[in-house]
Design a protein. Sequence first.
Length: 339
Amino acid sequence: MKSNLARMILGSSSWLPLPICTQTGTQLIGASIRDLVSNTQVQTEAILALQEYLGLSVLMTPMDLSIEAEMFGCEIAYYDNEIPTVVGKAVKSLEDIRTLSIPQPGCGRSRISLETVYSLTKHNNNLSILGCMIGPFSLAIRLIGANEALELTATYPEMLDLLLEKLLSFQIEYAKAFRSIGACGILIAEPAAGLLSPRAMSRFSSRYVRQLISSVSHQDFTVILHNCGARLVHLPALLEAEAEIYHFGAPMDLEKAFYQVGQETILGGNLDPYKTFIEGTELDVEAHTKLLLKATRYAVNFIPSSGCDLPAHTPLANIKTFVKTVNSFAKKACCVNES
């Protein structure tokens, strides 16, 4: 059963621009990132200001990948102009995993994300709102450390599995909380899985993401799996997650990727955030966007987007140029797998 969002994308005669740019809304309302990630009203106002400025059909909460780690006990550093980062581990031993407490959705700053979605849907129930949450392997890395987690994939995979199973139980409930308050879906950010080999990605990421997706997917709720580090070699392993929509960063060869998926699987991305949106001029953004659309012109199952989250200082005019350029192109109704 296709979700409403997937049907909207596949059935539309025009492209759906979806830049991941919630942070940049702070420019429009004169707020700091610290305010954005810790205050429901600020976050709501920033998202609504972006919607008015860009005319987006789908909005989303910030891609803040420190929220869940903080809930599990990690030390977090806050900044005025950057998304918070993890600076301390919560898990250092097998015993730590065994005794790790599972938080409840709505605790910590997850409350801000949930309240923002609720506030936006009450403001206008015609808005399509995506929640954002971290993926299982990416959360594990934040709790245990990148080098440690990667080493465990080879030396003690059962220990890593135990941690991932605990994290998954929380993530399923967190996704259900987004669904219950009116989100049209969630974007699961799983960038750290791009560090894995395809075989390890299948074992330690896609297997768990698939369980999450099967537990929460619904006609009114879809899951977008984001991996900004994945390359074409990872695609078969990623597809094992069985998401309706995949979102990629610049390393993915999207043009070739479309020949490995059916028309019912939607792919999104993947303009380079820095080279295109931050370092580029408006003319550069227009040119890069047109090249992307021409390369994917027969892929009706495509969402033009930035390859990852755009930082707060990204020029708003560049994002607006991207949206305007996408909106000026019509879809080519042709099978993506035709030669």
